[in-house]
Ligand binder design. Structure first.
Ligand code: PLP
Length: 362
């Protein structure tokens, strides 16, 4: 079967087989990773290797810290203003859809949120051109979501961090497209991502943060929400999600074996092109609401010309081994998530199925 879930999402088969093989006895230790002390020799090796491999993959500069955290991307929505702004500060947010809005709503509890740009006028089918953004003169940071998992809108560019002669920390929610292409980490103040799409099991959250941004949390910040606490303790302030870190480490090794992110990006481009082509060539049987330059390589939303066919489409797809294609409840229609672990073959089978369904129901 091929599983198109938006998250928790499919993991590389080779990784799952390794997990199976190592499950009851990790490397001759006699222990499962879930049974190990997070401060023991074995787990220390696992977390160090995971970080080193991630640094290699993303070419993370030495003045950035990698934090393995919990709480999902949602915790980051409140940690950001608590750690990176002071009471009364203005913070700039770009609104490109569902996840931007949730980040904005949470930030409003702690700071003056200014919307520097919004895709609302285009019903979030595009990203406003950066030249027209209205940024604040004194924002503590600029936040955006590089890939809107539900709307299927992805940034084809990295926004400027510099504004009005100041260097403004650029903060990015990369939950659903991290590790899908090379990215210049040095352009960012902080990158965060829930693990359950391109990294590993849910329960783990990845944060990559520039060192100079640590140590500025508001005095009232709960200890667990202070980035510097986690950085000082090397992600072991409390018991971390050990099994998730272990699986993420295996995913990082798998990505390196694929040839790293430049090679992975090429396959992702090919997969996305194949799927969008099938949609666009269907003479309106299928449509994608997102404007071409902003179409996500990871999450492909599409509608059938008659939503009365939705159930038949999903039922037939399931029978053909194509799972979890139902669109998010807020937008309806279909969505195929084609993260790194989705092989090209999965998209080939899906597009053949779509053509056949259109032929028999058109
Ligand atoms: N941001 C994006 C882009 C997402 O896709 C998601 C979840 O799907 C979230 C944030 C929320 O993540 P979590 O459930 O880990 O808090």
């Amino acid at each position: 079967v091929f599983n198109f879930s938006a998250g928790p999402a499919v993991l590389p088969r080779d990784v799952l087989l390794t997990v199976q093989e190592e499950l009851v006895d990790w490397h001759g230790s006699g222990m499962c990773v879930m049974e190990m002390s997070h401060r023991g020799r074995e787990f220390t090796q696992i977390i160090h290797e995971a970080e080193a491999d991630l640094r290699k993959l993303l070419n993370i500069p030495s003045n950035y810290r990698v934090l393995f955290m919990q709480g999902g991307a949602h915790f980051q929505f409140s940690m950001l203003p608590l750690n990176l702004s002071r009471e009364g500060d203005t913070v700039d947010y770009v609104n490109t859809g569902h996840w931007s809005k949730i980040a904005i709503k949470e930030a409003r509890r702690f700071a003056n949120v200014h919307i520097a740009a919004s895709g609302e006028d285009s019903h979030f089918s595009s990203i406003p051109a950066e030249a027209g953004w209205q940024r604040s003169a004194n924002a503590a940071y600029l936040h955006y979501c590089s890939n809107e998992t539900i709307g299927g809108v992805e940034f084809p560019f990295i926004p400027q961090s510099a504004f009005g002669g100041n260097e403004v920390p650029l903060i990015c929610d990369m939950s659903s497209n991290i590790l899908s292409r090379p990215v210049d980490v040095s352009k960012f103040g902080l990158i965060y991502a829930g693990a359950q799409k391109n990294i590993g099991p849910s329960g783990l959250t990845l944060v990559i943060v520039r060192e100079d941004l640590l140590g500025h949390a508001r005095p009232s910040t709960p200890t667990m929400l202070d980035y510097s606490v986690h950085a000082d303790a090397e992600s072991l302030y409390n018991t971390p999600p050990t099994f998730g870190i272990y699986v993420a480490g295996l995913v990082f090794k798998w990505l390196l074996e694929q040839g790293g992110l430049a090679a992975v990006e090429q396959i992702n481009i090919e997969k996305a092109a194949l799927l969008y082509e099938a949609i666009d060539a269907s003479n309106g049987f299928y449509t994608c609401p997102v404007e071409k330059p902003f179409r996500s390589r990871m999450n492909v939303p599409f509608m059938l010309h008659d939503d009365a066919l939705d159930d038949a489409f999903l039922g037939d797809a399931k029978a053909a081994g194509l799972l979890q294609l139902k669109g998010h409840r807020s937008v309806g229609g279909m969505r195929a998530s084609i993260y790194n672990a989705m092989p090209l073959e999965g998209v080939q089978v899906l597009t053949s199925f779509m053509r056949e369904f259109a032929r028999t129901h058109g």
